[in-house]
Design a protein around this ligand. Structure first.
Ligand code: NAD
Length: 266
């Protein structure tokens, strides 16, 4: 097993990519703190982790709130005594308006940057003293390919995800002497509830057409699945990546390469 007796916090672990990571890590012997904004979802995934034979703790906490983040880390130390791995996965654009910069409100900017960038800073700040003490740590920050190759104008979210890349390289530099690695994953389009916001005014048929359109934008001709992002996270959380830090890995089915238009013609 690649993560035997490790302890990981997975933020936003109740569904989608976070749930995929929590379950993959548990299969590899890792105990999991499942964080989500609402504790009910976190509890369900914690039960799934226990069914795989590992310990788990569900914590409802808003990653953009420092008091709630600090309390999450305190609870983790109280139960497990250490934190080996932090996956900063919580994020998204729920409730925010997308589109032109002129239509982007200050309130949406502050909230979306708060969840997607400040939240990662707060979680790193809270766990690093514990990792430093043990001279061991693996931090994995979930960014987005949209940070560098925006598929649509969503300036608050994409700017926050760009900040995540900078946070990653800066912390990798600062923490390398303490055997703490910090790396980022840039997912392309992954099938999850992330898209609910965009789908909310569409019929089921329109929603499927939307996903087909996303499939075609990808050189591999399909969206990714949460488990496929979890595989990259497992590499970065395990000793397989012991000499890798400050790296950002694209996981986008070939993006940012452009899809071929001759598929099927041989
Ligand atoms: P999702 O909507 O299925 O899951 C998001 C999770 O984050 C949920 O569990 C939610 O409760 C949690 N969350 C949101 N705000 C939070 C907060 N303030 N505090 C704590 N938890 C919070 O989405 P997903 O696709 O699984 O996204 C996971 C990560 O991957 C996000 O950071 C997202 O930006 C990123 N990402 C997703 C895609 C994609 O296509 N799905 C692409 C690029 C990047």
């Amino acid at each position: 097993m690649l993560l035997a007796n490790r302890v990981a916090i997975v933020t936003g672990g109740a569904k989608g990519i976070g749930r995929g990571i929590a379950l993959k890590f548990a299969e590899e012997g890792c105990d999991i703190v499942v964080n989500a904004l609402h504790i009910e979802g976190a509890r369900k995934v914690a039960d799934e982790v226990r069914a795989l034979g590992r310990e788990s703790l569900a914590i409802g906490a808003d990653v953009s709130n420092s008091a709630e983040v600090n309390d999450m880390v305190d609870q983790t130390i109280k139960k497990f005594g250490k934190i080996d791995i932090l996956v900063n996965n919580a994020g998204g654009i729920t409730g925010a308006k997308e589109g032109a910069i002129e239509d982007t409100t200050e309130e949406d900017w502050d909230r979306i940057v708060g969840i997607n960038l400040k939240g990662q800073f707060l979680c790193c700040r809270a766990v690093v003293p514990h990792m430093r003490k043990n001279k061991y740590g693996k931090i994995i920050n979930v960014s987005s390919m949209g940070a560098i190759h925006p598929p649509a104008p969503i300036v608050h979210y994409h700017s926050a995800k760009g900040g995540v890349l900078s946070l990653t390289s800066n912390l990798a530099f600062e923490l390398a002497p303490f055997n703490i690695t910090v790396n980022a994953i840039l997912p392309g389009p992954v099938r999850s509830e992330f898209f609910n916001e965009m789908l909310k005014d569409m019929s089921e048929k329109e929603g499927e057409a939307f996903f087909t359109m996303l499939d075609k934008r990808v050189p591999m001709q399909r969206m990714g699945m949460p488990e496929e992002i979890a595989g990259v996270a497992l590499f970065l959380a395990s000793e397989l990546s012991s000499y890798v830090t400050g790296e950002s890995i694209n996981a986008g089915g070939g993006l940012p390469l452009t899809p071929r238009d001759d598929v099927g013609t041989g």
